[in-house]
Design a protein around this ligand. Structure first.
Ligand SMILES: NC(=O)c1ccc[n+]([C@@H]2O[C@H](COP(=O)([O-])OP(=O)(O)OC[C@H]3O[C@@H](n4cnc5c(N)ncnc54)[C@H](O)[C@@H]3O)[C@@H](O)[C@H]2O)c1
Length: 458
């Protein structure tokens, strides 16, 4: 099967490389000439485990090629995937489809034979219909069909997710499109990945519903964590206690500093816009968006409370900047409002991230980028764990504590146990793990929204 992949970002590059690995012939096209030149030289535009060797082995075998020329990529392709960005539109937050429709116009002119045009980008319900109309208007060859094949991979585990998906969703309105997509994904359902054929609109909505539901789960456990802090319960145990129930499941029940990344924030907003246009309320998702916005905007208050009310003139060490581990993606990362608020309150910040430094340098001003976790902690008044990279899970806590000026550890991912942190001499502040032991009269953490114990400027 010959495939063209338009857009060679996280989704396009991973999908293209995996399709090539299945034995298909894949041409990846991108407008970004620098990205394509680098890829031709084996230099990856993103940090994703296993990607470099997968790209290299398939490029060496001649099954995976890179170009900036859409005519070359589309030539002879039986399927043309669109994997360009669909960021939140300024103003109303709806999905900005400019890149999608530009790509459709370009490919309509480049096509010389019929093909199945497949939207992998996350697009609002009805976009497939608009793509079909546009293709026709721009003179795409007769018999061209349009399908929706939303992508569910997670950054940081993208290749494993693509090769072992929980399910493949294909929304198509004709048998030819279904056949082509069945053939493309055949290697996967031989491995028993369920392939779900739906109408095009249903597939488009399924992607938004999936991300919105995961955002609900995250925000739910974050609010339960707040409650745990007020009533002296342990959210880790609550999460386990509910997660062992098959109807609930254990995943996405980890409290944290709020969801970020390139998908959940924009996809929840786009779902709300779709609902608004349809005249249907989505009160749960509306609430989740505002709960998450509040959480991200108030995380710095926990650091303030932990250091006694003010960070003015204090040095704060930060571990992890990417929105989650195993990626260098900084889009909508919770570290951004946190660090900016700490700086605005007069703190100096030294941060370490195993992969995101380059991306982070473009986001922050006056942040000192440390070469390792211990340098970030050196002379710090407080250390804050923001992203739960594996390499932060087994740090030498004694060494960290000794190199710091203060003894505060704010663990926004609950990586450490209170007992082991305290043994190393830290004053430990996790999320939702009961109130801080009152025996020695130490500060008790309360949910950030109560604001009763410390005056904090928002
Ligand atoms: N990143 C994820 O984890 C993820 C997961 C599932 C779905 N998605 C969805 O997939 C889509 C792509 O996301 P991403 O994170 O890969 O985006 P990205 O920004 O990393 O990559 C998009 C690429 O498309 C290129 N591009 C834009 N217009 C083009 C055109 N006309 N021709 C050729 N190339 C063009 C850009 O130069 C860029 O390299 C989005 O709709 C996103 O919501 C993303």
């Amino acid at each position: 099967m010959r495939i063209a992949m338009i857009g060679t970002g996280y989704v396009g590059l991973v999908s293209g490389a995996c399709f090539a690995d299945f034995g298909h012939e894949v041409a990846c096209v991108d407008k970004d000439a620098g990205k394509i030149a680098n890829l031709k030289n084996g230099i990856m535009p993103i940090w994703e485990p296993g990607l470099e060797s997968l790209v290299k082995s398939n490029a060496d075998r001649g099954r995976l090629t890179f170009t900036t020329d859409i005519n070359e990529a589309v030539k002879g392709a039986e399927a043309i995937f669109i994997a360009v960005g669909t960021p939140a539109r300024r103003g109303d937050g709806h999905a900005d489809l400019t890149y999608v429709f530009d790509a459709v116009r370009e490919l309509a002119h480049a096509m010389t034979q019929r093909a199945v045009v497949v939207t992998k980008s996350t697009v609002p319900v009805g976009t497939g219909d608009r793509i079909a109309e546009l293709l026709e208007r721009e003179g795409a060859p007769a018999g061209t069909s349009v399908a929706s094949n939303p992508e569910f991979l997670r950054e940081g585990a993208a290749i494993a997710d693509f090769k072992h998906p929980d399910r493949i969703v294909v929304g198509a309105e004709d048998e030819h499109a279904r056949q082509v997509l069945r053939e493309i994904y055949r290697p996967l359902f031989l491995n028993k990945a369920p392939i779900l054929f739906t109408g095009r609109r249903t597939a488009e909505l399924t992607k938004y519903a999936a991300n919105a539901f995961l955002a609900v789960k995250i925000s739910f456990i974050n609010e339960i964590a707040n409650l745990c802090e007020a009533v002296d319960a342990d959210v880790q145990e609550v999460a386990r206690g509910i997660g062992l129930d098959n109807r609930i499941g254990p995943k996405f029940l980890h409290p944290g500093p709020g969801y970020g990344g390139s998908c959940f924030p924009k996809d929840t907003l786009a779902l709300l816009q779709t609902a608004k246009e349809a005249g249907i309320q989505q009160r749960i998702v509306e609430t989740v968006v505002s709960v998450n916005d509040d959480r991200k905007a108030t995380m710095h208050e926990r650091v303030l409370r932990a250091v006694g009310g003010s960070v003015k003139g204090k040095r704060i060490g930060v571990l992890g900047l990417a929105f989650k581990p195993n990626t260098d993606d900084m889009r909508d990362a919770p570290s951004i409002p946190l660090l900016k608020a700490l700086q605005a309150q007069g703190a100096s910040v030294a941060a370490f991230d195993p992969a995101a430094r380059e991306q982070a340098e473009a986001v922050f001003e006056n942040v000192e980028f440390a070469a390792d976790p211990y340098s970030a902690a050196k002379n710090a008044d407080a250390l804050v764990i923001v992203t739960e990279w594996d390499e932060f899970r087994a740090l030498d806590l004694d060494r960290l504590a000794k190199s710091m000026k203060g003894q505060v550890l704010v663990d926004l991912r609950n990586v450490y146990d209170r007992a082991e942190a305290e043994e190393a001499g830290f004053d430990y502040y996790g999320l939702g793990r009961g109130k801080v032991d009152g025996r020695d009269g130490r500060l008790r953490l309360v949910p950030e929204t109560s604001g009763k114990d410390v005056q904090v400027a928002r």
